[in-house]
Ligand binder design. Sequence first.
Ligand code: ATP
Ligand code: MG
Length: 330
Amino acid sequence: SRPVLEIKGLDVDYGYGPGAVRAIHDVNLTLGRGEVLGLAGESGSGKSTLAYGLTRLLPPPGVITGGEVLYHPRDGGPAVDILGLDEAGLRAFRWAETSIVFQGAMNSLNPVHKISTQLTDVIKAHEPDSTQAQRLVRARELLRLVGIAADRLESYPHQLSGGMRQRVMIAMALALEPQVVIMDEPTTALDVVMQRQILRQLVRLREELGFSVLFITHDLSLLVEFSDRIAIMYGGRIVEQAPSGAIYRDSLHPYSDGLLHSFPALHGPRRELTGIPGSPPDLRAMPAGCAFAPRCPKAFDRCATEVPRLGPPDGHPDRSVACWLHPTAS
Ligand code: ATP
Ligand code: MG
């Protein structure tokens, strides 16, 4: 079926001219309608840069230097390139079409305003003709959706737990019924039990409301459990992409293997946690070949000299990998 978002050949740099470093390289990624797509990778792999880039929220000195981000509107009309929208177009787009819950978002609620004000302000900005009474009804309904009692509308952020503040952020993100909700590690600051609860709730809401989710985390175990597909990033590139079950059962990229062994097995006997020796590449001194080669237990000569292209490996049309162990058809 028709996807909702198609990222094509996206490049993002930090800085300009000779001092620029490339943080996102030629990223191609498609978000299906109603799909939960997980994006994983170690710290510094470019996950947030990708999320900010595709929503045009990249802080300076971040610059998008190439590619397109096609958004398919719900009315079936022609696709819109988000990268080509002007300020007015972007204002209409944000919250209503695509909303984003930032890393550390639960601390970004305004401390001096009640929850009711913050929720109704989001609605008011996009629906100026609505009445405050209508907006309050919506705000109450939104809190119910995320499992918070309506009397919490009268609370200030400091009166809520971290988990509740996170749910309020999710309620705000859903306020205008967007087609796409992006969550950038919304749960790292919360305990593991809370992380699971919030993700489970999000997946349930997705089924109820029909939006798509791009969920960013370095906790692959959460993604294996809750997402339909997983994309793995390393050094600013997608290195593998596949249905979650396929990643869990037989990941093809040695980096994905490394990430999978960095968390305890979901089912069956516990595996030893090894982590990945070495550290992520320095953007200012990227290896000439595969960025993972210096840390890769399976690297061979070619890996040090040529960057592998992302593509479907033999016999797996529904997955893609960028690794010389699995040359692609092209
Ligand atoms: P984390 O898991 O820690 O959130 P991430 O995958 O979201 O990491 P990004 O924050 O997107 O990674 O960073 C990607 C790369 O871009 C890193 O090497 C980082 O150092 C670099 N970077 C991020 N912001 C800037 C900036 N403002 N100026 C220069 N480089 C930056
Ligand atoms: Mg990040």
